[in-house]
Ligand binder design. Structure first.
Ligand code: BTN
Length: 251
């Protein structure tokens, strides 16, 4: 992370060797009224969290950690939150694989995928800064499998960055993604999902495929709408899905 701080004026960069979860730490701070913009990077998380209450675990070698785990905390409250995780995913995917040569894709609503396997996960949380006000603190947590070893504890075998960039380190990954990420989060805060719709569509793995939603609905995915909703064509017409788990139906 050396050299990162000057690239991020107004954002405090903190690196810790070990913490339960970078998201949990920034949420605790926000609830204590600490709402400064911060980038908190952990070399190791002991209780990393994923979406839906799932754990985010990563194997640890004696040497280099196999994953990059960090959270970006900002005192922001976008008018419409839907689509933020898609915008964050698009930003990260573009930084990791700008030309799409490596095939880094996005799986709605917030997984970064490579060849049908998860490369990175995003967990967005918000804390209310004052009980009766709308002031919010936004915590964007990102975990990227860098490798070489597989992260453990995930349902499906993950992808990792060293598969195609064997010499990359977690610190280098962070340097590549964080400046565009901050720029994109501010763009989302100003303009919502609309500027990201085409960027997401370019890497959308579900578009054009038959999908099954967690409530059992099956249909054909037609991509995402202007608000970041998943568009699923069923016998009853096109449905706009704003939250669900989705899987691709085997062909
Ligand atoms: C998911 O895929 O379900 C989301 C995973 C998010 C993991 C990151 S790692 C950094 C930050 N701290 C956490 O505890 N979780 C997020």
């Amino acid at each position: 992370t050396q050299g990162l701080q000057p690239m991020l004026p107004g954002l405090r960069v903190e690196v810790v060797a070990e913490i339960d979860s970078t998201n949990s730490e920034l949420m605790r701070r926000a609830r204590d009224g600490r709402n400064a913009p911060v980038l908190l990077v952990a070399v190791r998380q002991t209780a990393g969290r994923g979406r839906m209450g799932r754990p985010w675990q990563s194997a640890q070698d004696a040497g280099e950690p196999p994953s990059l785990t960090f959270s970006l905390g900002l005192p922001l409250a976008p008018r419409d939150w839907s689509g933020l995780s898609l915008a964050v995913g698009a930003s990260v995917a573009e930084s990791l694989d700008p030309t799409q040569a490596a095939g880094v894709k996005l799986k709605w609503p917030n997984d970064v995928w490579k060849e049908e396997r998860k490369l990175a996960g995003i967990l967005i949380e918000t804390a209310l800064l004052q009980p009766d006000a709308s002031d919010r603190y936004l915590v964007i947590g990102i975990g990227i499998n860098v490798g070489p070893r597989e992260a453990v504890g995930l349902n499906t075998p993950p992808a990792w960055l060293k598969e195609w960039r064997p010499d990359i380190t977690p610190g280098e990954v962070l340097r590549e993604i964080v400046v565009p990420l901050v720029r994109d989060v501010l763009l989302f805060n100003d303009r919502g999902f609309v500027p990201f719709a085409a960027r997401f569509a370019e890497r959308d793995v579900l578009r054009g495929r038959d999908v099954r939603l967690s409530d059992g609905t099956e249909g054909h995915c037609e991509g995402v709408g202007w608000g970041g909703e998943l568009l699923v064509r069923t016998a009853a017409g096109v449905q706009l899905i704003s939250s669900a788990e989705v899987s691709v139906r085997p062909q």
